[in-house]
Design a protein around this ligand. Sequence first.
Ligand code: NAD
Ligand code: LMR
Length: 336
Amino acid sequence: MFAASRIQARAFSASARQLSKVTVLGAAGGIGQPLSLLLKMNPRVTELSLYDIRQGPGVAADVSHVNTKSTVKGYQPDDTGAGLGEALKGSEVVLIPAGVPRKPGMTRDDLFNTNASIVRDLAKACAEHCPEANLLIISNPVNSTVPICREVFKARGVYNPKRLFGVTTLDVVRASRFVSEIKGTDPTEEKITVVGGHSGVTIVPLFSQSKHPDLSSNAELVKRVQFGGDEVVKAKDGAGSATLSMAMAGARMADSVLRAIGGEKGVVEPTFVESPLYKDQGIDFFSSKVELGPSGVEKILPVGELDANETQLLEACVGDLKKNIEKGVAFLASNP
Ligand code: NAD
Ligand code: LMR
């Protein structure tokens, strides 16, 4: 390569790195709207692309008046179906909170019948228009929707396990807050590891690894972390599930991915990824602490030592998790 074009190539890659298009699919929903606002406040986001089957442009017009530098564009399906493709092209990060939320009495798995096909179709569009983007799946049941995305990408020959993430950040956000309430501490200083999946007993908090190992035997607290989502569903009384705390958690995860893309070292988040940790038990996906890098997943950190209580919790987790993952894979096999 000539020196001049080398310099040009370097200059291009430097500016390309600074351009971070982030897309939200389901941007007009309960999570989508506050998430879009938080992303607009993030200086790492240079272009915000907001898609929903309804009101994508409306939400975009509103958020676009916030006086930060990023540009905002809104999309909804058009007659040619081009809206979604335009929304996705060039995306570095795509967050997917599209789908229905729970009502009291439902499990996350009860959402499967509706959300599986929504996520499948959006994943197909991502595989076509931005196959190299980092995909952050929020739509429930996460334990099944993430495997669905893998199968969609695999079928098209564009699957990269380093770029597919189930967002489980809310579980550690909750755990740190609940602990701080008990101990009277600053929640930002409470780093609680939570592993497994994202529903009921598949959520396994590891208090023995925190500053308060005594909390591992606090069954009420463990249950509160596992079923924190139900608390919100019940309180909202039919109007949906966690949206504001989820938006904060999703924005944090997106920011971590962007920081790692930007070259920051040592960025670690819990997330549900294709993982070797429990593959020997037939579990392809597992949430644990993951170090992020410019190419997505850099390193999956070990679960670490568990005490007797946590060993029992993990045993309960793997049974359910395996079924949830298999359900997602089977869905795509019969509904490609
Ligand atoms: P919501 O109903 O308020 O919003 C969902 C949005 O998705 C709506 O605006 C809807 O128009 C849109 N949508 C539906 N189908 C779409 C499609 N094909 N393409 C684009 N947009 C589409 O729901 P919500 O409260 O925002 O929750 C969304 C999902 O997130 C639910 O499945 C919920 O269970 C899940 N959730 C996950 C977590 C987590 O920790 N991972 C936390 C909270 C909620
Ligand atoms: C949560 O944990 O709040 C979400 O998964 C939503 C739900 O259904 O509980």
